[in-house]
Design a protein around this ligand. Structure first.
Ligand SMILES: C[S@@+](CC[C@H](N)C(=O)[O-])C[C@H]1O[C@@H](n2cnc3c(N)ncnc32)[C@H](O)[C@@H]1O
Length: 283
């Protein structure tokens, strides 16, 4: 991984450093996995030949994917900063952590508002090997990591309750993960069960690859990834993504392309990115 997210500057390597979780981990390097493909697009080095092959196939279909993932990371940082600074949120449940890169949720939240507590959740063993780097609990706040699948909301909520106080508002972060839950697995019910566990004044933040922006290129990319990657993808239209916010009050500017959600600069707003994103408040 690079610390600044610069494209293509890191030398790929095939070794994951031992972390102490090591013995029980089984990392399948023969098939591409989304956490590692995403790391490749971000210019990181925690990826293997199969991940790079899938990543390159996707780039050929939709070259702007490398800008899209950076715009997604920038959106994540802006939403966390908004939630910590403007919305007064002190607790974050970030599901689909990804391999650590620049501006991880706990870093943004705890630098915006010391005392913020963050629980990360992911089901990828490579992310787990990096969990220690995420588990920086100090005077700036507590950080914890759960090795679990988004589909297992009961377990996520039970384990998160060891760190977070569910009687107080929580921001649920689902950044670029819901595309891995297809319609047969009812992603709307999964999101509803998470929202049911948090009190009014809590927030939901989502980014989601679009099926109705750069339609042809995105469809091509999805087709290629679904042939090569372990986690299948279902890209969604704006109304399909908006449905995740049913019953919530959308924060201005609503559900928009991620690069246009409160951009920090003109340049940021103009970045090519085919993802829908928004932040909603539970009334
Ligand atoms: C595209 S990355 C996004 C990372 C980060 N949220 C971001 O927006 O920069 C998706 C992450 O979700 C994780 N993931 C995918 N499906 C999952 C599931 N069913 N349960 C838990 N994590 C999952 C992957 O391992 C990967 O780390």
């Amino acid at each position: 991984m690079t610390s600044d997210g610069t494209p293509g500057t890191a030398e790929p390597h095939e070794g994951i450093p031992p972390t102490g979780h090591g013995a029980a981990l089984s990392i399948d390097t023969s098939v591409a996995h989304v956490a590692r493909v995403y790391d490749y697009w971000l210019g990181g080095k925690d990826n293997f030949a199969a991940d790079r092959r899938a990543g390159e196939q996707a780039i050929q279909a939709y070259p702007d994917i490398v800008y899209s993932v950076r715009a997604n990371r920038a959106f994540l940082a802006r939403t966390v900063r908004y939630l910590a600074k403007d919305a007064g949120i002190r607790q974050f449940l970030d599901i689909g952590t990804g391999i650590p890169t620049a501006n991880n949720t706990h870093e943004v939240a705890q630098s915006a508002t010391p005392g913020s507590n963050v629980v990360y959740v992911d089901n990828d063993p490579v992310v787990l090997t990096h969990a220690r780097a995420l588990l920086v609990s100090d005077e700036r706040g507590r950080t914890n990591y759960i090795d679990a699948d988004l589909r297992d909301t009961g377990r996520i909520l039970a384990e998160a309750a060891l760190t977070l106080d569910f009687s107080q508002p929580v921001a649920i972060m689902l950044m670029a993960i819901l595309q891995h839950i297809d319609e047969t697995e009812d992603p709307y019910a999964i999101v509803d069960s998470l929202l049911a566990a948090v009190p009014p004044g809590s927030y939901l933040a989502i980014s989601h690859p679009a099926a109705d922006i750069e339609t042809e290129a995105m469809a091509q990319m999805a087709e290629r990834l679904n042939k090569l990657m372990a986690e299948k993808v279902t890209f969604r239209t704006r109304p399909q993504v908006a449905r995740f916010f049913d019953g919530l009050e959308l924060v201005e500017p609503g559900m928009v392309r991620v690069q246009t959600w409160r951009p920090a600069s003109e340049i940021e707003a103009k970045s090519p990115a085919a993802l829908w994103g928004g932040v909603g408040r539970k009334p």
